[in-house]
Design a protein around this ligand. Structure first.
Ligand code: MG
Length: 187
């Protein structure tokens, strides 16, 4: 069976949108999410990375009040007999439980959820050890590392990954287009 690795944040749910919304509320700011093109959102609010990590840890419940991306559940369930999906997230281990809770609450059908940040060489090692042949990702650096390591990537089109190009990387719009590509992949 084909095994596909899935990123979690901004691949399954719009985590960045949620972060901007909660930070705006707490810090009484009015940053427009659509204008955010840099990857590190915390910089917009003058937060250090440590402050951001603390913010995320404390606010995990509220940050996960977000719907899955359109067509995600339908796409995963459509291939349930043909493709094995495993979440391989770069999140720190402290944020795994909130991800798993969201997956359960939203009926996301996956084999399991792995914390790829626990592997010495991150997502690439996690993907290779688990026999993943294709990875779905939004983060440009992770996509390039995976592609350089010989794994094909479907890169979800985002304002912050426009420069990301590689022979093994295919840019996709959304989960509807991913479904169309997977149809061709399994036939
Ligand atoms: Mg991501």
């Amino acid at each position: 069976m084909i095994h596909i690795g899935l990123d979690f944040d901004d691949t399954l749910m719009d985590t960045r949108k949620s972060i901007v919304s909660v930070l705006n509320k707490q810090l009484k700011r009015n940053i427009m999410f659509d204008e955010v093109t840099i990857y590190e959102i915390s910089e917009l609010y003058g937060q250090s990375f440590e402050e951001f990590q603390e913010f995320f840890t404390i606010n995990q419940d509220e940050l996960h009040h977000m719907e899955p991306y359109p067509f995600l559940q339908e796409t995963l369930s459509r291939f349930v007999d043909k493709i094995k999906f495993t979440i391989m997230t770069g999140r720190p281990i402290e944020w795994m439980e909130s991800a798993k809770k969201w997956i359960k609450e939203n009926d996301i059908i996956v084999e399991s959820s792995l914390c790829a940040s626990q592997f010495e060489n991150g997502k690439l090692e996690c993907a290779k050890l688990n026999g993943v042949s294709l990875f779905i990702e939004d983060h440009p650096a992770h996509a390039l590392t995976l592609a350089d390591g010989g794994i094909n990537v479907l890169l979800i089109d985002k304002p912050y990954n426009q420069e990301c190009q590689h022979d093994r990387i295919t840019r996709v719009r959304d989960w509807k287009e991913i479904g169309d590509i997977l149809d061709a992949f399994v036939s």
